[in-house]
Design a binder for this molecule. Structure first.
Ligand code: HEM
Ligand code: NAG
Ligand code: NAG
Ligand code: NAG
Ligand code: NAG
Ligand code: NAG
Length: 327
């Protein structure tokens, strides 16, 4: 009896919530409905009722093969660039500046060619062509969405990579991002914490998403050592980066910025807390990366469509890959 009554309230609540989202009720009515519902009830955001456009299935399929080395089943150099590009498009923003995740990385005349984006130019041209190809099929596709979607597909293409929440519906802009909002490899933990605070991102979130350097290689910090990875397994999405930044093996190139985050009293405990903890990192990374993928998007995901189900699922490490610390 009580359960039936609860179900009626919940159904009515969900119905009203979708009506409110359609603008038929004012803020006051919304508050009244919310108060009348049990605390545990969450009014479902609108995106859950809008299906992901079918075209993204084809995009996911094309991108999955593009980023995978079919010989060794690891992720390739274009994959690393795809993940970095997602950060560079969104990250060049702060809470009082325009821009954010708006495709300007590949749409603006001079953003991709900035020295700070060195290494992303070839990938930028490829993903712009792919954007245009699928725009001809479905005009709702934006470069901003394609950059984030490609990053999500890439992350799962790297063995162990988790499925990040993936939304579409962002607007594009060809106005270049404000300069000076992206960090470089010389940045101290203090300057990184201050810089990301201007984007509404805290120290723990920095430590969670910096683990993306698990898959990275440097080409321009020291050009003599071009191709040097930031952990010993750059073809995989694992937590070796955390251990190997703290204690660097031969051949691994540690950025000063990462080394500083590993030892700063505000971040060192979070940093060492991910050593050997793949599952713990997955959860923290997904949350931080989702936040990053919405920087500068008005109202965050509220007006976007959830396309996470189009992203393939996590792949295991190929059996013939020798791993020192597999969990
Ligand atoms: C704390 C801020 C960060 C700093 C200072 C930083 C710095 C750098 C630097 C200097 C490189 C090497 C570029 C080169 O020489 O080719 C690099 C590469 C890379 N970064 Fe970051 N990064 C930061 C945050 C991030 C975030 C948030 C992500 C993704 C979520 C990311 C993903 C990558 C990837 C995947 C690469 C490899 C690119 C390639 O191999 O082509 N980084 N980063
Ligand atoms: C793919 O993997 C093979 C074997 O490790 C390697 O020789 C080749 O260079 C890789 N190709 C790419 C595009 O990374
Ligand atoms: C996209 O732009 C339109 C027109 O300016 C605006 O109404 C809408 O809120 C924007 N959507 C997002 C997700 O930024
Ligand atoms: C980082 O510091 C080194 C040495 O001080 C300097 O040569 C280099 O230009 C700096 N890099 C950036 C991107 O500021
Ligand atoms: C955002 O960036 C602009 C331009 O670089 C700067 O003037 C402003 O102070 C920054 N806003 C915040 C909140 O730091
Ligand atoms: C780059 O690496 C080489 C080889 O380890 C080293 O000799 C050189 O000093 C490094 N250059 C910079 C700018 O750090």
């Amino acid at each position: 009896m009580l359960l039936t009554k609860l179900a009626v309230i919940l159904t009515a609540g969900a119905f009203l919530a979708s009506a409110i989202n359609l603008g038929e009720y004012g803020k006051k009515a919304y508050g009244a409905v919310k108060r009348s519902l049990p605390d545990s009830e969450t009014i479902k955001p609108r995106q859950n009722t809008v299906a992901c456009p079918a075209v993204w299935t084809a995009v996911a399929s094309e991108l999955s093969t593009l980023f995978l080395n079919t010989t060794d089943s690891l992720c390739i150099d274009d994959a690393r660039a795809a993940i970095r590009a997602a950060f560079r498009d969104c990250g060049a923003w702060n809470i009082t500046s325009p821009g954010g995740c708006d495709g300007s990385l590949i749409l603006a005349a001079d953003e991709l060619t900035r020295p700070e984006n060195n290494g992303l130019q070839a990938y930028g041209a490829k993903i712009l062509a792919i954007t245009q190809k699928y725009q001809a099929i479905d005009s709702s596709i934006t470069a901003a969405d394609m950059i984030q979607f490609a990053s999500s597909v890439t992350i799962v293409t790297c063995p162990l990579g988790p499925r990040v929440k993936t939304y579409v519906g962002r607007n594009d802009s060809s106005i270049p991002a404000v300069k000076g909002h992206l960090p470089n490899a010389n940045a101290s933990a203090a300057s990184l914490i201050a810089l990301f605070a201007q984007k509404g991102i805290n120290a723990a979130e920095i430590i969670a998403f910096i683990g993306a350097h698990s898959s990275s290689k440097q080409f321009f910090v020291n050009e003599t050592l071009a191709g040097a990875p930031q952990d010993s397994t750059p073809g995989e999405w694992d937590v070796d980066f955390y251990a190997e930044t703290i204690s660097k093996p031969t051949g691994v190139f540690v950025f000063d910025s990462d080394a500083s985050l590993a030892v700063d009293p505000r971040t060192s405990a979070t940093f060492s807390g991910f050593v050997g903890k793949q599952k713990k990192w997955d959860g923290a990374f997904i949350a931080a990366m989702t936040k990053l993928s919405l920087l500068g998007v008005p109202e965050g995901s509220a007006n976007l469509i959830d396309c996470t189900s189009m992203v393939p699922t996590t792949r295991p490490v190929p059996r013939d890959v020798k791993r020192a610390t597999f969990q």
